[in-house]
Design a protein around this ligand. Structure first.
Ligand SMILES: Cc1cc2nc3c(=O)[nH]c(=O)nc-3n(C[C@H](O)[C@H](O)[C@H](O)COP(=O)(O)O)c2cc1C
Length: 383
């Protein structure tokens, strides 16, 4: 059974969203601001709908925190919807959404309940839970970032390995893009799609720095960290592909250009805590080998499809009459690649928090961190 269990509840135009986190440690200082900061990041991005200006997502802890510190009890977080209203019935399914299959599966004669729950508004609750995980991971020195790689076929220039991404610049960019030239073209592409009543998808990358070697396991398929991360990111609404490290690009290169040479870490004696006696000359594996983190940054990329709600809708049918009509349309984003990156940060944080609890155990922060430092202290060459 999983150590950390996260449930979300709530509808797009319901009273609000709830995240419940069960199995978490006690002793972690946690403020609403830790959550609100992440909720705000999720709401950003050029190409979003007016809904994002209307909502100002704020978290309220309703359980599991006492005097600003986690207690070990289940944590409950509530985020209210400003756009709370009874939205009207829908009979015409939108291709690319859960509408048709969802109404059929649950034997509904109105698509509205499907739209309300399948909506990515649910990711607000995921980001709230992810913010708790993120706060926990900060204790290990793990930091997670995301940036946009492409939108509507406009790609950033290949990343120069020696020049690390300026994450501050990414945070201030409207598309969370590190390449100003590409960003300009992406904005133009979004504007053009908007004029045509169309939408765009793209690729984002999520990077976790400071991940210790040894999370996950090769011993059983369910414990492989790459599989766990792929599931977590693939579960985001609209994500259609996930790769780790060089991923799909590996189909075009040889083994010698695929793997990451291991060399002695001559800096290990300089006293940097957590320093390993070895290092890698590259990180094409994206920080995971054999389903286990190898101490290098985790690098995950994913493609999110063009938004399925089109202002110029595709053909569909009225489920009452069977008549051919255009699909239902309601206010929608044009492109959500940067926001999807922020949601993926949350999902990666949840996956890594679970992996840390699995590896280091403990019921309180103090116990977990003592186990962690003990483990790090035991890593050495076999001398
Ligand atoms: C942050 C975020 C915002 C989204 N906003 C919209 C939206 O405004 N309109 C829409 O049709 N789809 C939106 N989507 C995508 C849909 O929720 C998703 O395509 C749909 O639920 C069907 O799921 P699937 O694409 O995984 O099959 C969004 C996705 C994310 C991650």
């Amino acid at each position: 059974m999983k150590r950390l269990y996260i449930v979300t509840a709530g509808e797009s135009h319901g009273k609000g969203l709830t995240a419940v986190i069960e199995g978490f440690i006690s002793g972690l200082p946690l403020e609403a601001e830790d959550i609100n900061r992440e909720l705000k990041r999720r709401q950003g991005g050029y190409g979003r709908s007016s809904r994002m200006q209307m909502e100002e997502d704020r978290a309220e802890f309703t359980a599991g925190i006492y005097k600003g510190i986690t207690t070990g009890n289940p944590i409950a977080i509530f985020i209210s919807n400003r756009d709370w209203r009874e939205a009207g019935p829908v009979a015409c399914p939108r291709p690319g959404h859960a509408d048709l299959a969802g109404a059929t599966k649950y034997d509904l004669n109105d698509i509205r309940p499907v739209i309300e729950r399948a909506s990515a508004r649910e990711t607000t609750a995921r980001v709230a839970a992810g913010a708790v995980a993120r706060r926990f991971l900060a204790e290990f020195g793990i930091a997670i970032h995301s940036h946009t790689i492409s939108i509507g076929g406009v790609e950033t220039s290949p990343q120069d390995d020696v020049k690390p991404i300026d994450w501050q610049q990414v945070e201030s960019s409207p598309l969370r893009c590190a390449d100003a030239r590409a960003e300009k073209e992406m904005i133009a592409a979004i504007d053009a799609a908007r004029v045509d009543g169309d939408t765009l998808g793209g690729v984002f990358e999520v990077v976790a720095h400071g991940v210790p070697v040894g999370l996950g396991s090769y011993a059983h398929w369910e414990r492989r960290l790459d599989g766990i991360i792929a599931q977590a990111v693939m579960s985001i609404q609209g994500v259609k592909g996930v790769d780790i490290g060089s991923g799909f690009a590996l189909s075009k290169v040889r083994g010698s250009q695929t793997h990451d040479a291991i060399v002695p870490n001559i800096d290990v004696d300089t006293g940097k805590p957590g320093g390993l006696p070895w290092r890698r000359l590259s990180n094409r594996a994206g920080g995971i080998e054999g389903g286990i983190s190898n101490g290098e940054p985790l690098v995950v990329r994913a493609v999110i499809k063009p938004i399925a709600t089109l202002a110029a809708p595709l053909p569909s049918i009225d489920l009452h009459s069977g008549e051919a009509i255009k699909a239902h349309y309601e206010r929608s984003d044009i492109s959500v690649v940067p926001a999807a990156g922020v949601v993926a940060e949350a999902m990666l944080a949840i996956a890594l928090a679970e992996a840390c609890l699995d590896k280091f155990g403990g019921d309180s922060l103090r116990e977990t961190m003592a186990n962690y430092h003990n483990y790090l202290g035991n890593i050495s060459l076999w001398q």
